[in-house]
Design a protein around this ligand. Structure first.
Ligand code: SF4
Length: 260
């Protein structure tokens, strides 16, 4: 029984693997967030030790099973028009026991093709940002507010640049999936990437320029939440990489302080 459980967890983790780590190690788009040259600077993904206490192992299993079940719900979901337009839903990816969950607004062109959040150039930059503070795609959890690609022209899903922010109705329809992911993973910290995600998660109309750089709360009193710029914005406005670097150092400090 335990071998079967480990097998299930291993399968779920395998889905979270980026296809080719060399892609982002050599990509120039992350300038200012150099990827680690060797594994030392980047914390290895936590893996369940064979000697894990049964209670912890069972909890991890339950989380993996709950996420797998939720993923199946998303695959079948047509609760808003995006469900009829997407190529693939981008459910979420990462470690089911992650201490930090990063949240964006919705999948774009590449995510729609690969069915995974934060891929393509923006995803490579996010990988580099994570590596700079000793995190990785496998040690955090990545998700979006809506799971299906919002397009300006849904009749042309093959066109790049056909992205738009999700509407309030689309976000309301999809919100239960993100809330369930947060409830299952139980991260200690949330990071909202970009203005749309920050406003929705905090429940404010204040823009990202004023929100970032300060800690807020998801469900007041529940989980500390740090808004910062979306990596896609950084690709267009690299002068703001310094701001994100300051925010990520702050996150690293909070993680280190809580580990003491
Ligand atoms: S965006 Fe969310 S609510 Fe809309 S169809 Fe996709 S999974 Fe369902």
């Amino acid at each position: 029984m335990r071998d079967e459980l480990r097998g299930l967890i291993a399968q779920l983790r395998a889905r979270a693997e980026i296809s080719d780590p060399e892609d982002w190690k050599t990509d120039g788009s992350g300038e200012g967030f150099a990827a680690p040259r060797v594994g030392l600077a980047c914390a290895p993904a936590p893996t369940p030790a064979p000697e894990s206490p049964p209670a912890a192992a069972l909890e991890t299993l339950a989380e993996a099973a709950a996420l797998s079940s939720l993923r199946a719900e998303v695959l079948a979901c047509r609760a808003c028009p995006l469900g009829f337009q997407r190529l693939n839903p981008a459910f979420g990816v990462g470690f089911e026991d992650a201490e930090v969950m990063f949240i964006g607004e919705g999948p774009g062109f590449e995510e729609d093709r690969q069915g995974e959040p934060f891929v393509g150039k923006a995803g490579q930059l996010l990988d580099n940002i994570l590596g700079a503070i000793r995190l990785s795609r496998k040690s955090v959890y990545l998700a979006n507010i809506v799971k299906c690609h919002p397009m300006v022209d849904p009749s042309d899903p093959g066109r790049r640049g056909n992205d738009r922010p999700p509407t309030p109705e689309e976000m309301a329809a999809c919100r239960r999936f993100l809330d369930a992911q947060i409830a299952i993973v139980k991260p200690r910290f949330l990071v909202a990437l970009g203005g749309v995600a920050a406003k929705v998660m905090i429940g404010t109309e204040t823009g990202i320029m004023k929100l970032r750089g300060r800690w807020h709360e998801y469900n007041p009193g529940e989980i500390p939440l740090l808004p910062t710029f979306h990596p896609a914005f950084l690709l267009r406005s690299p002068e703001h990489k310094r701001d994100v670097w300051e925010d990520m150092k702050d996150l690293r400090r909070r993680l280190d302080a809580d580990e003491i």
